[in-house]
Design a protein around this ligand. Sequence first.
Ligand code: NAD
Ligand code: DAU
Length: 336
Amino acid sequence: MRLLVTGGAGFIGSNFIRYWLRNNLDDEIINFDKLTYAGNLENLIEVENNPNYTFVRGDICNVNEVEGVMNKIDVVVHFAAESHVDRAIMNPMTFVKTNVIGTYVLLEQALKSKIKRFHHVSTDECFGSLKLGEEKRFDETTSYNPKNPYSATKASSDHLVRAYFNTYGLDITISSCSNNFGPYQFPEKFIPLIITNLIDDKKVPVYGDGLYVRDWLYVEDHCKAIELILKKGRSGETYCVGGMTEDVSNIEVVKKILDMLGRDESYIGFVRDRPGHDRRYAIDWSKINRDLGWKPEHDFNGWLEKTVRWYKDNKDWWERVKNKEYLEYYEKQYAT
Ligand code: NAD
Ligand code: DAU
């Protein structure tokens, strides 16, 4: 099988490529990535000499470039996106372009190239926000109610993907997953930001009251879910993918990491809240469990500890990532 992976130089995409090539030795992967600030070929050093792996630099919004890589492709796995909520609040336009127009360009070309399966990687943020303390979780029947420019563009792309299934018969699947964590995550996101700041002996910025809740999913569990969906999932279906079952607040996550790194609570800095901050996400993953036999194999505490160790052992990687552009972004985001 030949897979076109978009956004494969980012966090989840690069974990997926390494995972797939380890477990599917006869398959070939083309990684198509624009290499924005979030794309990093160092994430793929392990596979760069693998004869079944090819990298092509390009933009999913560019029709000619997309046409050039869809030849003889069986399956598209679409990760490429602008993915950070705070950057979407600062500059929504790049999110509209990449997440909406880019997805549209890929769908058109997938149809023309008679691709056998288009898998779209989406997010639980499209469902909006849950209340603290309520039992409710998001599932495949939850109505869409995106509340920030990032989730609004991801929701738009999901609607386009379903429209191409319904209208033109394109074979599609969607995974709507919760917050991933693990190796190679760009340190603008909460967990790697906290870990790397603490290793650098800096304070950690916690938004608002710190009582926001996310459903943490270890990235390898997510990769396994996508593999199962590609191999056994039904065309036209969406599968919700989530992690742990107990709610854990952001401040609790910070305290766990402080503990793992031997720091005290004086390192916590409460900062101005994110505008329109979604209170709680929680996923009911019973459909993918029932239909495809998937469940998260990794418990939060154990894998948080492994992730902390990875960042301790790979300081060179994230020191290079925290470059001038990163520091300018950080300054702007956390100035107040
Ligand atoms: P990321 O920001 O780490 O990586 C995105 C990748 O896409 C980068 O390599 C970047 O260079 C590439 N890219 C961006 N614009 C592009 C364009 N126009 N053309 C080609 N490539 C482009 O993102 P991530 O965290 O790995 O997320 C991957 C996907 O999973 C996204 O679609 C995101 O919405 C979704 N998702 C992420 C999470 C999470 O917790 N990180 C959770 C749910 C869903
Ligand atoms: O739920 C899936 C989504 O998870 C994905 O679709 C997004 O691509 C991904 O970025 C992530 O979005 P979040 O906004 O939930 O993740 P983030 O890591 O930015 O923030 C997690 C929580 O931590 C959130 O409640 C905001 C809070 N936070 C974040 C940062 C960066 C802080 O308190 N301080 C911070 O500095």
